[in-house]
Ligand binder design. Structure first.
Ligand code: XIL
Length: 475
């Protein structure tokens, strides 16, 4: 969204939310909490402010307060490590197999399926009462050698059979599957990556999603990728695929943003999550790790706040537990050091989770009906500015609509596109026209802008983007 400051959705936790929090806590923990609650009630008459009594002290419990999960990628081979397992069971309420459910692990020779290690991850998650993310049904990497040597119809059939078999084995037990992993190319093309799977035909991804839905109708089905951490050509290519899938009824429920990050976070990280959410899919941060450096805690906090500010961001997974468990050897990119101590990044994440935001937009109570003698409130003026992210042959425009000194109730932004440019996609607004003089009307949830506040919408086009400042009409 980008329209609202981080933490906008934070509100004092209602009694109703406290009940749902309580229900998600293992039974043995509830009685102690209830006793604490009773004491709090008893003290309330004489003590006005007790403090932030409901700030949770673990990542999973804190995320659960807003209906989210906080997960870790785990390795079956490490589950015998007491420090590792202690942190896992204390802090996390979702697990992802780091390697154990990949194609090479689950079908080492064609038609022979091995689930021993995948099942160890599943059982660990079940024992913890955690969600289990399935990762990953089809990917161009970590394919068994027999699949690498196939092509054409033989590979297509083998791939779809793999999806069907593995999703059937885990039917009903997986919260969300990464059905397809990393199918888009890096760089400015916004196109599919070349791979043996891609060479079986462009429809391989939708075929995989359909097979997964047929095998396990309860699992959320995700597309997962990296270098998608802001609005860029690659994330826009994926955005266009998801929009196309939604328009044609191809089953897709979520998009995973791996978020293997360096020392900075793109400024439009949250806006990028929001534009996918606006397509009607959940978004999840699926493989978070951040290069060690002075900024690590800030980047972790920024990712957390972005997810909390997007109501359809349902959870975050870090790609490992201790730095020594990370695949990014030497980069120390995780929340716990080699000895299992909490790092500064851990504290920044926990604080951001505790500052919270719900997973569904807040409902506001209905205003009293207007009386006939009361004129409608005055609506103020608005202004709009465009920022462009361009590449050869295309662009993404982000338009900020800002209210003047009075609140705005409804807005229309008009601008002129250069010749040769045509709009191919719009989010968080409804457009009239797609070439030449075009206009954009607010959608239901972003028409109201507080005095001095702003909202943002965006569109993608071919050719080059608009250069002149748009006009904005309020009302
Ligand atoms: C990595 C694992 O962490 C490593 O142990 C393995 O050797 C290679 O794969 N994107 C993904 C993950 O989707 O599956 C990858 O995991 C990291 C990049």
């Amino acid at each position: 969204m980008g329209a609202l400051p981080y933490g906008f959705f934070h509100s004092p936790k209602s009694p109703q939310r406290k009940v749902s929090v309580l229900m998600s806590i293992p039974r043995h923990g509830r009685s102690a909490l209830l006793a604490t609650a009773a004491v709090s009630v008893a003290l309330a008459a004489s003590v006005a402010v007790i403090g932030t009594a409901d700030a949770a002290s673990t990542l999973g419990a804190s995320a659960a307060q807003t209906g989210r999960y906080y997960g870790a990628a785990i390795a079956a081979g490490r589950l015998g490590d007491a420090t590792y397992t202690r942190i896992l069971t204390t802090e996390f309420n979702s697990v992802t197999p780091e390697n154990e459910m990949k194609w090479d692990a689950t079908e080492p020779s064609q038609g022979r399926f091995t689930y021993t290690n995948g099942d160890r991850i599943l059982n660990q998650g079940v024992a913890m009462g955690a969600k289990v993310r399935g990762h990953a049904l089809l990917w161009h990497q970590q394919q068994p050698s027999w699949a690498q040597s196939l092509s054409g119809t033989a590979l297509r059939n083998a791939a779809i059979n793999h999806v069907t078999q593995v999703a059937t084995h885990y039917k009903g037990k997986i919260y969300a599957w990464d059905v397809v992993n990393e199918a888009f190319a890096d760089g400015g093309s916004g196109a599919r990556r070349d791979s043996n799977l891609q060479r079986t035909g462009n429809d391989w991804i939708e075929a995989a999603f359909r097979a997964a839905r047929a095998a396990d109708p309860a699992a959320k089905l995700c597309y997962n990728d990296y270098n998608t951490d802001g609005v860029n050509a690659k994330s826009t290519g994926i955005y266009n695929m998801v929009r196309d899938f939604k328009s044609r009824g191809v089953p897709i429920d979520c998009v995973g943003f791996q978020s293997h990050l360096g020392t900075g976070l793109p400024g439009d990280y949250q806006a990028n999550l929001q534009r996918f959410a606006d397509l009607g899919v959940d978004v999840q941060i699926t493989e978070l790790d951040v290069a060690q450096g002075s900024n690590q805690a800030n980047v972790y906090a920024g990712v957390t706040r972005a997810c909390m500010a997007v109501s359809r961001c349902t959870g975050i997974t870090v790609w490992g537990i201790r730095d020594s468990d990370s695949w990014r050897t030497g980069e120390n990119p995780l929340l716990f050091d080699n000895s299992g101590n909490k790092k500064a990044a851990y504290t920044s994440v926990l604080n951001a989770l505790n500052a919270g935001g719900p997973t569904t937009p807040p409902t506001t109570s209905n205003p009293p009906p207007p009386t006939t003698s009361t004129p409608p409130p005055p609506t103020g003026a608005c202004a709009a500015t465009v920022s462009l992210n361009s590449w050869t042959g295309g662009y993404v425009a982000t338009v900020r609509v800002t209210a003047g000194q009075a609140a705005v109730s409804g807005w229309t932004v008009s601008l002129s596109l250069p010749s040769g440019s045509a709009i191919t996609g719009v989010w968080s607004a409804a457009n009239t026209g797609s070439t030449g003089a075009v206009s954009f009307r607010n959608v239901s949830y972003n028409g109201q802008i507080a005095a001095g506040g702003f909202t943002e919408f965006g569109f993608q086009g071919t050719g080059s983007g608009p250069t002149a400042t748009p006009t904005c009409a309020a009302g």
